[in-house]
Design a protein around this ligand. Structure first.
Ligand code: ATP
Length: 487
């Protein structure tokens, strides 16, 4: 029975969905990309693997014209010429490969990328996995339906078909395999929608056009309202526009009912290194996650330079953070990871200040080695460098000394102090009292989700040499006795 839709008593029906009469097919010739070779190697166990998407960032895209998600030797790229007109893709593009393998079965992962202004993006973040029986040493034709998607490609952009031997989202065979890949002359076949003027002449008359314009205006007004409410003044407090960070009455309960943070209030001024000090479970990380808009508080507010923070607030572009450990792509070098992270911000490369960030990381030549060969301390330092990219006005580091050896910890202290001395603000969390005393100008003491005291390190006089590393230990009597008036 054909699909039907009922509307105001009228029934519209179609024999197929989408209606085949409206969908055309465009054949786009493909040729091997200049940066690519037709041979593919599947490494034993499929490791390392191509990464099509980064958790939290989505599709990785490229640095310049280089596709970072494609591992050289494990991926081959075929590209169209720049499109001469806009193209609306409305379904699964198709490509036919000639595969010659040294094995009797091949496993491949195909994706279609759009390259616009030299930057490759994977609009739907989808990969088509393919497994096919082949005769070793002989060419086999394999037709692949690529991931189905609907998207508009502008004239001037190119489409790239990336064929990879591995993909991090899938398991790959354990045997080493070598495939030679060629694309047949049919190129990339793309289902397309016709231009709007040809689309629906019957029903798109003057009356319905009027309704559509009115609807579009209503949507525009709603859109502007939503955009303003997200980006604009309602949550802006001019009185604290010059204060880097104000945390006010923050409270957070997790779904299991545990109250991790209760009525936490403090602020950080320009030029300060503020230590968030407390034992394991004090609520430091939970507080910093709320500061970064990573989780929403049940109550209270966070303001950065006067702007109230919520998930994805634009003002977070002025904050650099290392919260809950760094995440990097293992097969890329430290430097390539930094470039990829900066590329994801979409900001000009000259604003990144890579040199200062690399100085802070002090990784010397190791910055050109793949991150998978780094020690924990090296990853931690690269994470600090990533947080410093763009020299943000507020730098937030959650337990930055984790994994660092004593000389590295000692080297970090003046680095953070110098950073704050430029008029910026540094916030570090720690369970080490002595560390906070040596590094920080100010301290916020937390215990069991509450702020016990805030003030300058000199005022509070933390005890040298004490540590709250174990969750069973309690803050010292001296700290518990800190007068509430210092808050
Ligand atoms: P640490 O130094 O160990 O990281 P912390 O001061 O950063 O400690 P948080 O990680 O903020 O402390 O944890 C505060 C409390 O909230 C702890 O009791 C912790 O067990 C709890 N907690 C943290 N995350 C969750 C979660 N997702 N679900 C439930 N409880 C959580």
């Amino acid at each position: 029975m054909p699909p039907t839709q009922e509307s105001d008593g009228e029934i519209a029906s179609a024999d197929t969905y989408p209606p085949t009469t409206d969908v055309g097919m465009a054949d786009l010739p493909l040729s091997l990309d200049a940066t690519s070779l037709p041979g593919l190697i599947n490494p034993p166990g499929g490791v390392p693997q191509a990464n099509t998407a980064l958790p939290g960032l989505g599709a990785l895209g490229g640095f310049g014209t280089q596709l970072l998600s494609a591992i050289p030797g494990q991926s081959t790229i075929y590209a169209t010429e720049p499109l001469t007109e806009d193209l609306t893709i409305v379904g699964a593009p198709q490509v036919t490969l000639d595969v010659t393998s040294n094995a009797d079965q091949t496993t491949l992962f195909l994706s279609v990328w759009e390259v616009s202004s030299g930057q490759p993006v994977l609009p739907r973040r989808l990969v088509a996995p393919v497994q096919a029986d082949v005769t070793p040493g002989e060419s086999t034709e394999i037709t692949v339906a690529l991931p189905m998607a609907t998207w508009q490609v502008d004239a001037g952009s190119r489409l790239q078909v990336v064929v990879s031997a591995t993909d991090s989202a899938f398991a790959s065979p354990d045997e080493t395999r070598v495939d030679q890949i060629a694309v047949t002359d049919a190129g990339l076949t793309v289902p397309t929608a016709p231009a709007p003027a040809e689309a629906a002449p019957g029903w798109f008359n003057a009356e319905s056009r009027g309704v559509a314009i009115a609807l579009a205006l209503v949507l525009l007004v709603i859109g502007v309202f939503v955009w303003r409410s997200r980006h604009q003044p309602a949550a802006f407090d001019a009185e604290i526009a010059d204060v880097p960070l104000v945390v006010s009455g923050l409270t957070k309960s997790y779904p299991d009912g545990h109250k991790a943070v209760q009525d936490v209030t403090w602020r950080a001024e320009r030029g300060q290194v503020v230590g968030l000090l407390g034992p394991n479970g004090a609520g430091k990380t939970t507080t910093l996650r709320m500061v970064m808009g990573l989780i929403a508080p049940n109550d209270g507010t966070v303001h950065v330079l006067g702007h109230q923070v919520s998930a994805g607030s634009p003002v977070l572009g002025r904050v650099g953070a290392l919260v809950e450990g760094p995440g990097f792509l293992p097969h890329l070098t430290g430097l390539q990871n930094l470039h990829a992270l900066w590329a994801a911000t979409g900001r000009p490369v000259e604003e990144a200040h890579f040199e200062q960030a690399l100085d802070a990381a002090a990784l010397s030549d190791s910055v050109h080695r793949p991150v998978k060969s780094y020690s924990q301390g090296m990853r931690q330092r690269l994470g600090i460098a990533a947080a410093m990219l763009g020299m943000p006005e507020v730098l937030i580091l959650d337990e930055p000394t984790n994994g660092l050896d004593p000389p590295q910890i000692a080297a970090m202290r003046p680095m953070l102090q110098d950073y704050a001395a430029t008029g910026r603000t540094v916030i570090v969390s720690s369970h080490l009292l002595a560390e906070v005393e040596m590094t920080c100008s100010h301290v916020v003491v937390m215990h069991a989700g509450k702020v016990l005291a805030t003030g300058s390190v000199a005022e509070i006089g933390v005890e040298e040499g004490r540590s709250w590393k174990t969750s069973s230990s309690r803050p010292s009597r001296a700290l518990l006795a800190i007068p509430v008036s210092t808050r």
